[in-house]
Design a protein around this ligand. Structure first.
Ligand code: EPU
Length: 416
């Protein structure tokens, strides 16, 4: 199993080009099922998750080709409606095919995702929303099954803001009969952009960028031709690396307003920022200051940066309090960071981080994607050598991470 060997302690300097966003690419890949034809998606990150999603589409009968970061998907020959357990269990986002399959074929058989490394991640909002639109769904042998479904417009209010359920129901509604109103929708850029992509293909969606969407179903859509937006979490992770190593990193190809909340927190922690169109330069302080963070749906501080921010605070001058309100159990990085000398006390969904002057390199284990990123950051700043095991988690969501860090001066290598 691959590991990362990192010798820390160098300020990272230079320019990094940020890749396309995984969480924007996945729903757009699912949306290709809505229109038969050849779809072209540019700036798609080459990651384990985008490859897994491509495999799901292939099993449904699509032809999928990756050339560099251009992904061509031909959905003309889609002839199956089954997303099998073997793939869904490795990537929960596979459930995104459910709405498009029901909308286009009136049928679907999609494995129900199970729990995840950091606790339950329900999909009840996806299912009740589709049921409100007239889909009689059954759970059979671990699969969500819909047959003979004719989706109809409905008014659906989400009681929690959900990225996945918003994308799912938006995709279902664009081909449903009549008008669907979605209330309390997610505003994450990945979702707003999905709506814009669908509109460019002929969908009728009012209210994009607000908490209330009104979607008038149309009979058919044109194939997608779009470029995936830059990955705000990857960008913020590199910004955190500048903060922790006292370095200076220019993030290129970014949309700064997509990660304003983490940027503001890093400023509060003592970073100096230069914002330009499509780029941000982050200069880290000698030592970060302690900050308090509460994760919130966009435009708040993202849960996907909570682990990396704990790593920053582990080195800060003072005590930081970090609360995750989105995923209350997402703290598997805490005991691993402790092996590197971090002083973190966990009280339910609140981490109290007493900053130390130095972290020390250690052998640690990656447990999920963002937890892994926090360990890489800690190792880059720590004294001595770290060995991070199970880095396949990182490969799910960061494109060529070690190459990018090495180009910034990090001593980092992948070992088997
Ligand atoms: N929720 C429900 N019921 C549902 C769906 C969600 O109660 O049916 C709850 C969740 O338990 C959670 C909250 O709603 O407390 C928000 O979950 P959401 O549905 O927004 O999460 P998701 O769509 O499953 C996406 C990202 C995650 C990211 C979250 C939150 C993708 C493929 N995944 O997940 O990304 O953490 O939104 O922003 O877009 C990652 O990239 O590392 C990652 C986990």
């Amino acid at each position: 199993m691959d590991k990362l060997r990192i010798t820390g302690g160098r300020p990272l300097q230079g320019t990094v080009r940020i890749s396309g966003a995984k969480n924007a690419a996945l729903p757009v890949m699912a949306a290709t099922l809505l229109a038969p034809g050849v779809h072209r998606l540019r700036n798609v990150p080459r990651l384990r998750d985008t490859r897994t999603f491509a495999r799901v589409l292939e099993l449904l009968g699509a032809k999928v080709e990756f050339e560099g970061n251009l992904l061509t998907i031909d959905t003309q020959g889609v002839n199956s409606v089954e997303a099998p357990y073997e793939l869904v269990k490795t990537m929960r986002a596979s459930i995104y095919v459910l709405g498009p399959l029901l909308a286009r074929f009136g049928e679907a058989r999609v494995s129900l995702p199970g729990g995840c490394a950091w606790g339950p991640r329900p999909v009840n909002l996806h299912l009740t929303g589709l049921q409100a639109m007239g889909a009689a769904l059954e759970i059979e042998h671990g699969y969500i099954v819909g047959r003979g479904v004719k989706l109809k417009g409905a008014t659906i209010g989400f009681d929690v803001v959900s990225v996945g359920a918003t994308a799912q129901l938006m995709m279902a509604a664009v081909l449903a009969e009549g008008t669907t109103v979605l209330e309390n929708v997610a505003l994450e850029p990945d979702i707003t952009v999905l709506g814009e992509v669908l509109v460019a293909c002929g969908a009728r969606i009012d209210g994009l960028g607000s908490r209330r969407l009104s979607i008038q179903g149309v009979r058919s859509l044109r194939p997608i031709d779009t470029a995936i937006i830059p990955d705000r979490i990857e960008a913020a992770t590199f910004a955190a690396a500048a903060a922790m190593t006292g370095g200076k990193i220019r993030l290129e190809g970014v949309a700064p307003d997509h990660f304003e909340a983490p940027l503001r927190k890093l400023e509060e922690a003592g970073c100096t920022l230069l914002r330009e169109a499509g780029a941000v330069t982050v200069s880290g302080p000698g030592r970060p200051r302690a900050v308090n963070v509460v994760t919130q749906p966009f435009p708040g501080f993202p849960t996907d940066m909570q682990a990396q921010m704990i790593a920053v605070c582990a080195l800060a001058d003072g005590t930081s309090v970090i609360e995750d309100t989105i995923y209350v159990d997402r703290f598997t990085h805490v005991p691993e960071l402790a092996r590197m000398g971090a002083r973190i006390e966990l009280k339910g969904n609140v981490a109290v981080v007493k900053g130390v002057e130095r972290l020390s390199g250690a052998q640690v284990m990656a447990t999920d994607l963002r937890a892994s990123a926090s360990l890489v950051l800690a190792a880059l700043a720590a004294e001595g050598e770290s060995l991070i095991d199970r880095i396949y988690h990182l490969d799910r969501g960061y494109e060529t991470l070690e190459t990018k860090f090495a180009a910034l001066g990090a001593r980092i290598e992948r070992v088997s």
